[in-house]
Design a protein around this ligand. Structure first.
Ligand code: PLP
Length: 417
């Protein structure tokens, strides 16, 4: 079929599409330990709560009519946006109201709109880019730009911690905010590494953004105030030049497809205009399921007392298993400060991470090769070929068994080198 340049861009099978296909095929074959995807875990307490909320909505005639029979405005359900603005004013003193908030069909969709609103070809013939100041970064960004050469990213400093840990740090010396940069974007916590940028790093990026009159986009998909998957000290931040993207997915509602953008009112106006063109309206389900939790602040308590411990315990069990089984070869783990991933680094790995991925898949363990996660980085950094991302959100038994198989495979690769 003949397709447009736009069609080609979104279908050519790079990055996320081939990865999702491969993960999907591996899953369909059955019998695999799935440590590759980004699906959140199933938390019984959250599911029960949602069952109750759904029941209430379907039993109330007016609520049901709104749930299935009414288009929301393009910026999303007004009650939810008012409740969220009130919560953020109350908890953090942020000076925002519902006109600072736009809901989208998933935060992935929000990034598509936002990135292309800000970067790409300009009417003056220029080309503006999104700067990712710390690679590795979320693979889901990689194919969102409608023009070529859309991202530029920066190698971090690597801080070694003890024998087996490390942490990426923003390398401010390498950041060059040329005229072509349209916005800066970071995920915090970061997918794939579980890194949480420090308050100093966020303040540094924020200062740079402000000085150059650029938006700083902070992707809070796993962050604060909800779902709150952060296992270290961190506080959310707000300012007029910040764009905070949030999501209900990791709170346990990925199928409701609810993304949340908090930003300057002018940017929200533009974004909701784009949302109207592309989507007409935003789905109401996520907002209607959670408005009361946001109004009462219960969403923060659940994040703190249910969601965070659920993932933190899983992370600690996975880490203990790594310490127990990884011996006889060099390995390092990024300090797991948030989200639901462990980022493993095997210095001087004799094969590429793609080959390691294939070998693990053949043994029934599906992970993600690390080199996918460096969008916009000049190729050639050996480190990018030495890393793997594993997800610990799913069944503990599988995760622990999977880690044992990874240990066995990597040990055999190093001993046969
Ligand atoms: N940002 C990050 C860092 C993610 O990991 C994901 C999904 O895994 C998203 C954004 C998109 O999430 P959603 O579209 O479900 O809100």
């Amino acid at each position: 079929m003949k397709v447009s340049a736009f069609g080609e861009k979104l279908t050519k099978g790079a990055g996320i599409l081939s990865l999702m296909d491969d993960l999907g095929n591996a899953l369909a074959e059955g019998g695999k330990i799935m440590m590759g995807g980004g699906n959140p875990g199933h938390i019984p307490q959250i599911q029960e709560l949602m069952r109750e909320r759904l029941r209430m909505l379907v039993e109330d005639d007016q609520a049901l009519r709104k749930l299935i029979g009414v288009y929301d405005p393009p910026r999303g359900d007004g009650s939810f946006r008012r409740a969220l603005a009130a919560l953020l004013r109350r908890e953090y003193g942020w000076k925002i109201d519902e006109d600072n908030i736009c809901l989208t069909n998933g935060s992935q969709g929000a990034f598509f709109l936002l990135f292309n609103l800000l970067a790409g070809k300009t009417t003056q013939g220029g080309n503006r880019k999104i700067l990712l100041p710390l690679a590795p970064e979320y693979i889901g960004y990689a194919d969102l730009g409608l023009s070529e050469d859309f991202f530029t990213s920066v190698r971090p400093r690597i801080e070694l911690i003890g024998d087996h840990f490390f942490k990426y740090r923003v390398n401010f010396d390498r950041i060059d905010l040329t005229e072509e940069i349209a916005a800066i974007c970071v995920s915090r916590p970061t997918n794939p590494t579980g890194n949480v940028l420090t308050a100093e790093e966020i303040a540094g990026l924020s200062r740079l953004a402000q000085a150059h009159d650029l938006p700083l986009i902070i992707d809070n998909a796993y962050g604060l105030p909800f779902p709150g998957m952060i296992y270290t000290e961190a506080a959310p931040v707000w300012g007029k030049h910040l764009v905070l993207c949030m999501s209900l997915s990791k709170f346990g509602l990925p199928a409701a497809r609810t993304g949340i953008v908090i930003a300057d009112q002018e940017l929200i106006r533009l974004l909701s205009g784009m949302n109207a063109v592309v989507n007409l309206a935003t789905g109401s389900l996520g907002a209607m399921l959670t408005t009361e939790l946001v109004e009462s602040g219960e969403i923060m308590r659940l994040s703190r007392e249910v969601i965070r411990p659920f993932y933190q315990d899983k992370m600690e069990r996975a880490l203990a298993r790594i310490e127990e089984t990884f011996s006889g070869f060099p390995y390092k783990v990024h300090v797991p400060e948030g989200a639901m991933f462990l980022w493993l680094w095997f210095p001087d790995l004799p094969v590429s991470c793609r080959q390691l991925y294939e070998r693990l898949k053949a043994r029934g363990v599906v992970v993600v090769a690390g080199d996918y996660f460096f969008p916009g980085l000049t190729p050639g950094w050996q480190h990018a070929r030495e890393c793997l991302r594993i997800t610990y959100a799913q069944d503990d038994k599988d995760v622990l068994r999977g880690i044992g198989i990874i240990a066995d495979e990597v040990r055999s690769i190093f001993s046969n080198k």
